[in-house]
Ligand binder design. Structure first.
Ligand SMILES: *Cc1c(COP(=O)(O)O)cnc(C)c1O
Length: 235
């Protein structure tokens, strides 16, 4: 418990200092706690410390934790790839889907949300490149198609476009990639002023993301500790 509290305080300080260094209001950067692989008890402990927004990269794990912790009034985000046949589960959990990367998924989510009579919040995930084969594993629409995918989301009343999400490419400096993402976000915002969010930055690179304009940073390891290798694969 004390370790979680210390970690949370340290991450908040990093966000504050990064915002100040960039001349930004620290209140304009939200912390999303990525709890993948960690038990619901750890989520509950962090919630006790005031954290309300949590993310998972697998639908099954998200749904299980959301159910177990349903009394805590938490907000869940999916940040991993979503198969169309899991759309019902993720919409049913009331989750924000940050990993929307193709038109077929947009249409599926919109249909499911419409039938459930809910509005599902989504981010368009952009592929910022990286080593061959990595993009496929992480997901994300090619940058040149991000604006049209955002348009497709905005065309559905049962979806609410919140902005763009991305993971920095491995094995290169994150800042130029985040800057490219920010340029895209500006273009999306020009047509969809309500889509003002930029979800970028993780434990290793949140300062770079905040400098580039991130409004949401997604932090796992710096809060909960290192994930065991086998289950912690992926970004
Ligand atoms: C796991 C994950 C994170 C958190 O990564 P850490 O390095 O543990 O902070 C952020 N975003 C996505 C998409 C993830 O899969």
């Amino acid at each position: 418990m004390s370790t979680l509290a210390d970690n949370l305080a340290a991450v908040r300080t990093r966000i504050e200092q990064a915002a100040q260094a960039a001349g930004r209001d620290p209140g304009g950067v939200a912390l999303l706690a990525v709890s993948k692989t960690w038990p619901a008890a750890d989520v509950a402990a962090l919630a006790e410390l005031g954290q309300r927004e949590f993310a998972e990269n697998k639908v099954q794990e998200l749904v299980a934790k959301a159910e177990e912790l349903g009394h805590l009034d938490l907000r869940w985000h999916l940040v991993g790839q979503l198969q169309r046949n899991k759309a019902t589960a993720v919409v049913g959990a009331g989750a924000v889907v940050q990993s929307v990367d193709r038109v077929s998924l947009v249409e599926r989510l919109a249909g499911v949300a419409e039938r459930a009579e809910v509005v599902t919040e989504v981010f368009v995930q952009v592929d910022l490149g990286g080593p061959e084969g990595e993009a496929a594993a992480r997901g994300g629409v090619a940058p040149e198609h991000a604006v049209e995918l955002a348009d497709a989301v905005a065309g559905h009343p049962s979806l609410r476009l919140r902005g763009l999400m991305a993971v920095a490419p491995r094995g290169g400096p994150p800042r130029p990639a985040f800057d490219r993402l920010a340029v895209l976000a500006t273009r999306v915002r020009a047509d969809h002023p309500e889509a003002g969010e930029l979800s970028a930055g993780m434990s290793a690179d949140l300062e770079d993301a905040v400098a580039a304009g991130a409004t949401v940073v997604r932090v796992g390891t710096a809060l909960f500790g290192s994930r065991p290798l086998a289950s912690g694969s992926g970004p």
